[in-house]
Design a protein around this ligand. Structure first.
Ligand code: AMP
Length: 215
């Protein structure tokens, strides 16, 4: 008997982009995960199941082996630290950029030149801390869990660190990118112990996902 393989995914835009890659690798959920409230899904491939967790929790499930593999954004992996995770494939989905953004009228370069202490709102505290420390910019970081774009509009922060895709959200809130931090995309992550114990199932699956991502 082969061991059950568990793949951790999160709902939303990444799931929409992940399902075609899984299908190309021969894995299809037995029912539509986007329209169900279930958290565990059988797939049409016996021995492989999907679990749906919050995006920022995917690395944790895989790190502790509750899931053998998962799909997580490089933004969230950077916050998690990546400890205890293999990251064998850049899936090339969920592409966007991590940036510093500020209100249109705010002279960010001047504030930085003058050594002003900036208030920056973000949910990416680790990434933001590292970015500003490397630049020698003094910041007070304010942790938010969503709608970061609002913070500068109501005086909570001078700037934000957030993801930008089309730029429409920034534009709608009269914010502009003032610094690029890093490109972001989703990665396949694997628990190293699982890879040893379930290599017969996991290695071909990883190869198939790598091929699907390239295709
Ligand atoms: P946009 O208006 O297309 O620039 O998208 C920006 C909004 O969508 C921001 O609130 C981002 O946090 C979020 N966002 C953009 N790309 C992604 C992504 N790949 N993963 C998660 N959130 C994203």
């Amino acid at each position: 008997m082969t061991a059950m393989v568990t793949l951790a995914l999160s709902k939303g835009r990444i799931l929409d982009e992940t399902l075609p890659l899984l299908a190309a690798a021969g894995i299809a959920p037995a029912e539509d995960p986007q329209s169900s409230r279930k958290l565990i899904f059988a797939t049409l491939q016996p021995g492989v199941r999907l679990i749906l967790v919050r995006a920022s929790d995917v690395p944790t499930y895989v790190q502790y082996g509750a899931a053998d593999l998962g799909v997580a954004g490089s933004d969230l992996l950077a916050e998690h630290g990546g400890l205890g995770l293999y990251q064998p494939v850049d899936l090339g989905i969920g592409r966007c950029r991590m940036v510093v953004a500020a209100p249109e009228g705010f002279d960010y370069p001047a504030a930085v030149r003058q050594g002003a202490r900036l208030r920056v709102a973000t949910k990416y505290i680790g990434t933001a801390r590292e970015h500003f420390a490397a630049k020698g910019v003094h910041v007070d970081l304010i942790r938010l869990y969503g709608s970061m774009e609002l913070a500068p509009l109501v005086g909570l922060a001078d700037a934000i660190v957030d993801l930008v895709d089309t730029g429409n959200t920034l534009k709608a809130n009269r914010l502009v990118t003032v610094e690029d931090i890093a490109p972001v995309s989703s990665r396949l992550i694997v628990n190293p112990a699982s890879l040893k114990l379930k290599r017969a199932v996991l290695a071909p699956l990883i190869d198939a996902l790598r091929a699907a991502a390239r295709g």
